[in-house]
Design a binder for this molecule. Structure first.
Ligand code: 13P
Length: 255
């Protein structure tokens, strides 16, 4: 299970230290990690290094993810950050194609595919986000949108690594209408996505399915089903460390 806190454009150094202080108050992190349950935090770029060192100094078994990366290897790309730089900072993986990047920064399906193969070649675990808008759902176009977003990424991955095995890719279903709105999908929606992935892209893709969109300590239990949901991507609720503890407690309880 990958439990991911996407901090988006939030948090400062002082807030990061206090956040980790609260999480350090629970002594079950190592036991959870041994059960394959792990917390990953995706801070803004400037804090990747600071967050990593704060985690290490507290002996916490958390992973650090980036919220984006450049598809190019290196060179004259002002304002961009490469996969090699992320690796150099001890980052384990990267969120790619988040709907906010698609919506506000014009990220295309092709760009997400390029970034995913670059991440894989750098040994970074990609978390590829996909999901429909409310209008697309109302128009009955969900599967068309999922396929449009997933297919180019799958094709590039399969081409890049032959038969399609290797570093696992996480596929985060984040319906745009559920992000930051307080309106969550229901388990039935996620089951529908899971079986679509299994039928159209195979078990490997279906077994990397995460869900994101207004997940919190109230909604999380109803959205989880073993074998269907392999983790959660949480924005607003995981800005509050006590909520992280409540979610872990509710889902995983005592080790
Ligand atoms: P919220 O949890 O705030 O809806 O955000 C979800 C998200 O975008 C995680 O990547």
């Amino acid at each position: 299970m990958h439990m991911i806190a996407n901090w988006k454009m939030n948090m400062t150094r002082g807030e990061i230290a206090s956040y980790l202080d609260v999480l350090s108050g629970d002594d079950r992190w190592q036991a959870w990690k041994e059960r394959g349950i792990r917390l990953f935090i995706a801070p803004p770029y400037p804090y990747l290094d600071f967050l990593g060192s704060q985690i290490r100094s507290r002996n916490l078994p958390f992973g650090v993810l980036a919220q984006n990366m450049c598809a190019f290897e290196k060179g004259a790309y002002t304002g961009e950050v490469s996969g090699a730089m992320l690796r150099d900072l001890g980052v384990e993986g990267v969120l790619l194609g988040h709907s906010e990047r698609r919506q506000y920064f014009g990220e295309t399906d092709a760009a997400v595919a390029e970034k995913t193969t670059r991440a894989l070649s750098m040994g970074l675990m990609p978390v590829v986000c996909f999901g429909e808008t409310w209008e697309e759902r109302e128009a009955g176009r969900c599967t068309e949108v999922w396929n449009r977003q997933i297919e180019p990424v799958r094709e590039r991955i399969v081409k890049a690594r032959g038969e399609g095995t290797g570093t696992p890719v996480n596929w985060a279903y984040e319906p745009v209408w559920a992000i930051g709105t307080g309106r969550t999908a229901v388990l039935e929606n996620i089951r529908e996505v899971s079986s679509h992935l299994r039928k159209n892209f195979g078990d490997e893709v279906a077994s990397g399915l995460l869900y994101g969109g207004s997940v919190n300590d109230e909604s999380v239990s109803g959205l989880w089903e073993k074998g269907t949901v392999h983790g959660f991507l949480v924005g607003t609720a995981f800005l509050e460390p006590k909520c992280v503890l409540r979610v872990f407690d509710r889902l995983f309880g005592c080790p």
